[in-house]
Design a protein around this ligand. Structure first.
Ligand SMILES: NC(=O)C1=CN([C@@H]2O[C@H](COP(=O)(O)OP(=O)(O)OC[C@H]3O[C@@H](n4cnc5c(N)ncnc54)[C@H](OP(=O)(O)O)[C@@H]3O)[C@@H](O)[C@H]2O)C=CC1
Ligand SMILES: O=C(CO)COP(=O)(O)O
Length: 402
């Protein structure tokens, strides 16, 4: 992190933005080569009698096995639940996975340990929350910013909804495991962070236009994380240890930013809504899933293009508009137009954005992910409705202008 956990906790307490900040329950956060030893010591210090490891076949092989060996040596009792893939071969954070975890976890375990990437974390976050026990995070790749957040984006009856649950009480990321994670997972972590270019603009827009809660300190935390990734793109793309460390720090800090707000406001705007829409469509068509960060790496330049090509000229000619039905919203827009002109002009161009994603090994065009133009166009028209409490620029363009 740019700031240490203690610094962030302290700065969050000092913040006077007027929002009800959520507490940060994370007691210890470690990214190191001795993460297993520190995790065992943490469990012993907590005097936990039994813990439940939640993983799947891939993440158990990547980290779970080693962790179990360490727990055995330290005489810490544990159970293992390996979440099963669906008929397409994907492990999904949905009703079936949650029920499997609840069925295979005894009521007397003291804590769950999520050993995996974003999906395993969201399944564990929600299941442990419902069992009223804490969970500990063991990320196996720096692939998303969800490890430290409290929201669990879940697929419920085919619809992706984010349920606020709980953040981990501690996090232990082993550098060897992170460095060995597939290259695609590094690209996705970078993609999820680069998506903050547009999510942060959408968040400010929602605040100015629809009074959604906003905090400058949380904005700064997210922006710092984005900047750290962009500044270290060389080390990240080369998968140097330093680059992996920077990326992991960044995703953790961005997750804490969401946690402080109790919502994903800073981290998820129209670009995420497009990605969620594509994910749901793939589920409907029974197609293999595409990594979250790959999708947002592709959707973000599409949103930048839409905002710079359609919204920016509109801001430049606001005075020429005749009175519209929702005049109060247009008045607000006039009052803040200069700010958003500057914001949109300062974004990287779609080509510059795609060059960064290409450099880290990510996809840059929808067709590379099996997403056709019809789906892109449909999502641009409809995806803003997935999160009714987010007044994004895309929402504005679709509902109040076009
Ligand atoms: N809570 C929040 O705030 C956030 C949640 N998310 C959510 O996270 C999910 C995406 O998570 P993401 O991390 O991209 O992907 P997944 O957790 O779905 O994992 C993707 C793949 O990586 C494999 N894998 C993970 N670590 C390793 C490793 N070290 N070695 C080998 N294989 C590995 C997994 O295997 P296997 O499938 O077998 O596990 C899987 O094939 C989405 O549902 C998204 O909505 C995203 C951002 C924020
Ligand atoms: O993916 C996220 C942040 O990267 C959060 O997604 P939601 O907006 O669905 O909670």
């Amino acid at each position: 992190m740019n700031g240490t956990l203690q610094e962030i906790v302290s700065l969050a307490e000092q913040c006077r933005c007027g929002n009800n900040h959520h507490n940060i329950p994370i007691e210890q956060m470690v990214i190191s080569h001795d993460a297993w030893e520190l995790l065992v010591a943490y469990l012993q210090n907590k005097q936990y009698k039994t813990v439940a490891i939640i993983a799947d076949d891939n993440t158990f092989a990547a980290a779970g096995r080693q962790l179990c060996d360490m727990l055995e040596k330290a005489s810490v009792r544990y159970t293992v639940c390996l979440v099963q893939p669906d008929e397409n071969g994907d492990v999904i954070a949905d009703e079936r996975s949650i029920v499997q975890v609840l069925l295979e976890t005894s009521n007397d375990v003291d804590a769950m340990i999520a050993v995996g990437a974003g999906t395993i974390h969201d399944i564990t976050r929600f299941s442990s929350y419902k069992m009223n026990i804490p969970f500990i995070s063991v990320p196996t790749a720096p692939s998303v910013d969800g490890f430290t957040s409290m929201g669990a984006p879940l697929i419920i009856r085919g619809v992706k909804k984010t349920i606020q649950a709980q953040a981990p009480i501690a996090l232990f990321a082993h550098m060897d495991v992170l460095c060995k994670a597939p290259k695609s997972m590094i690209a996705t972590g970078f993609g999820d962070m680069a998506a903050k270019y547009t999510s942060l603009v959408d968040w400010q827009f929602a605040h100015f236009m629809a009074d959604e809660p906003y905090c400058p300190f949380v904005h700064q935390l997210t922006e710092q994380s984005l900047k750290a990734c962009v500044d270290h793109i060389e080390e990240i793309s080369a998968r140097e240890e330093k680059g992996i460390h920077v990326l992991m720090n960044a995703v953790l800090q961005s997750g804490i930013a969401m946690l402080i707000m109790g919502q994903s406001y800073p981290a998820s705007g129209a670009e995420h809504h497009l990605s969620h829409y594509w994910e749901m469509e793939f589920l409907r068509q029974k197609k293999r899933q595409v990594l979250h960060g790959m999708k947002v790496g592709v959707s973000t330049p599409i949103i930048i293009e839409r905002y710079q090509r359609v919204f920016l000229p509109m801001l430049n000619h606001l005075q020429e508009r005749s009175l519209a039905t929702n005049e109060a919203k247009w008045e607000r827009l006039r009052a803040t137009a200069t700010h958003f002109q500057e914001q949109l002009q300062s974004l990287p161009s779609p080509a510059q954005f795609r060059a960064m994603i290409e450099k880290v090994g990510g996809a840059v065009a929808p067709e590379q992910l099996g997403i056709d133009q019809e789906l892109v166009d449909r999502s641009l028209r409809e995806a803003h409705r997935l999160r009714s409490n987010r007044f994004t620029i895309l929402y504005f363009l679709n509902e109040l202008v076009l």
